[in-house]
Ligand binder design. Structure first.
Ligand code: SF4
Length: 349
């Protein structure tokens, strides 16, 4: 999301931010970390409309962490009754006692926060971002749904694939206004980019949203978990004696028929020399040199790629064949995929 889109988002939020008991009238104001922690914990698995009254009653009875720390578990449970998932209330009390014992000041780093009972990556990010205005990323179900649609991500944040979603969350948070971007996205997910039918016409992100422009909002996020796939392979930079590079338009599905360098799947630690798969492109008896240029890493949709690059120089000129030969000088303009560009960089720079 570029600054233009983020500005649309901020403007939308300033106009549309709902009046909620844990949200100050001035949406630019810093907040009490205690109140953010309580509201965000209550909101896990519970609707905003339900949480409102619980939050107000809670803050009247336990206005600060010291008061809460001195309360019995039985009484805390009474104020939680009806919200379910009582382990959340039990952890809140444990954490309150730990923080009160340490002087009552809420920790201000992600590491310290995540070491407390019941505070995970999401809640820690929310406390640091919404309360203290730190440039911290958060990722909840609302943001996952928005990122999946906005960037047309056809996989869920499961296992290693979660890192892709966190990267987008960090991009949103890399700004002095991170607190507003995070909260605005949560609100947008709740009110506009809803799971069943998103209201794209009213959405401040619409001008950059891939799912919307492709009319595929119902395809994202995907219903089933698609696990990230690892792909180890080799790409060939085959250079003819007259300075041309061989290109193909067939290969792995992740390049979808684009003009690319020849590539194929190989063992992670492939042996040296010309691989047998290269022989479909070249006459291996007329090779001038073979250089192993190292490997690059790359990510395309669900594919996590690690690719070794071989630069093969031929003794003969480019011939008319079923392959395309591209002049070395313009190769970087002709190959329009970063998979091939990364391989070219390793071989030719
Ligand atoms: S344009 Fe539609 S699908 Fe895209 S983020 Fe906005 S509401 Fe969601």
């Amino acid at each position: 999301m570029d600054e233009k889109i983020l500005k649309h988002l901020r403007d939308w939020f300033k106009e549309n931010a709902a009046n909620l008991p844990w949200r100050p009238t001035d949406i630019d104001a810093k907040r009490d970390p205690y109140a953010v922690w309580i509201s965000e914990t209550m909101l896990q698995q519970t609707q905003v409309s339900t949480v409102k009254d619980y939050f107000v009653r809670w803050m009247e009875r336990f206005p600060d962490i010291e008061t809460l720390a001195k309360t019995s578990e039985e009484e805390v449970f009474r104020y939680w009754q009806g919200l379910g998932y009582y382990s959340r209330a039990r952890n809140i009390l444990k954490t309150a006692r730990i923080v009160a014992k340490a002087g009552g000041k809420f920790p201000q780093t992600r590491k310290e926060l995540e070491s407390l009972p019941g505070i995970g990556a999401y809640t820690a990010g929310a406390i640091l971002s919404l309360a203290l205005h730190k440039r911290e990323a958060i990722l909840d179900g609302n943001l996952v749904r928005i990122f999946s649609r906005f960037y047309a991500l056809d996989f869920l944040p499961v296992g290693k694939a979660a890192e892709t979603y966190w990267e987008y969350a960090r991009m949103v948070a890399d700004s002095p206004k991170a607190y507003m971007h995070n909260e605005a996205l949560m609100e947008l997910g709740r009110t506009i980019c809803k799971s069943k039918v998103p209201e794209c016409k009213a959405c401040p992100l619409a001008s950059g949203c891939r799912a919307y422009s492709d009319e595929r909002t119902e395809d994202f996020p995907p219903k089933k978990t698609r696990v990230q796939k690892e792909w180890h392979g080799t790409a060939l930079v085959i250079e003819s004696a007259d300075g041309k590079i061989l290109a193909v338009s067939t290969g792995q599905a992740f390049l979808r028929g684009q003009l690319a360098l020849p590539h194929f799947e190989t063992q992670k630690n492939a042996t040296v020399g010309i691989p047998p798969q290269a022989e479909r492109y070249i006459d291996s008896d007329r090779v001038a040199s073979v250089k192993d240029c190292g490997a690059f890493r790359h990510g395309i949709t669900v594919h996590k790629i690690e690719c070794r690059v071989l630069h093969i120089k031929l003794k003969y000129k480019a011939t008319k064949s079923r392959f395309t030969w591209v002049s070395k000088d313009v190769a970087r303009d002709v190959f329009a995929n970063s998979f091939s560009l990364k391989a070219l960089k390793l071989a030719l720079d």
